[in-house]
Design a protein around this ligand. Sequence first.
Ligand code: ADP
Ligand code: MG
Length: 244
Amino acid sequence: MATHAGGLTADHHPFGADGGSVAVRTSRLVRGFGDRDVLKDLDLTLARGEFTALLGRSGSGKSTLLRAIARLDHGVAGSGELSVPERVSLSFQDSRLLPWMRVLDNVVLGVRGPGSRARGATALAEVGLAGRERSWPHELSGGEQQRAALARALVRDPELLLADEPFGALDALTRIKMHDLLRELYERHRPAVLLVTHDVDEAVELADRVLVLEDGRIAVDLAVDLPTPRSRRDACFQEYRDLL
Ligand code: ADP
Ligand code: MG
């Protein structure tokens, strides 16, 4: 295991053979379109409760991997093994709120059981949208729509949260606020998180582990173990750039 200064560790393996600590495991995962493989024998293991960021060039297959893990890729050619937990939530760059449903109805859509609306309202309060339950999605700003999308993800009490460039469409200041919110929600609920981003700063600031997808495989796997977002970013930045 190669160790670097500044809180980065290469060849990171978060756990041993204990399957109970594993949230996601892929083994020789292959996915492709036509005769072109996008993911090539991709092996990946994510620990329960671990916050991981996935970087990679545009077209490297980040979304393909996320869809595979979410089992949202029926009809896509492929092979390999995949295990994921039962409760998986997904969010995207476009918040994908249904425009004809009020915010609370969007958040609790498909959530069953007594108290689901109360839980939805609690989730909205957690993301700073108390009082907006009856708003329509178009009445929310882009950042607020992403907050609502986070509430929709949270109310399902996910063991795994998959997020595909969720903040990519937001302005810089709103993005920073969303970083703080996501990290805070993560600390409180501790799902495993796999955050796809092409923003190096975002990855290093938020995640405890940073992966780079390259040529269909995980080419870089780094642990980030500094205490605060700012210290992570400042200390890791230079080295991280070098590694890429
Ligand atoms: P990323 O999210 O890293 O930008 P994607 O996973 O979206 O990359 O895409 C990986 C590759 O697979 C790209 O070359 C893309 O053109 C191709 N691809 C993705 N979805 C499809 C599809 N439905 N049909 C054909 N090719 C696809
Ligand atoms: Mg993508």
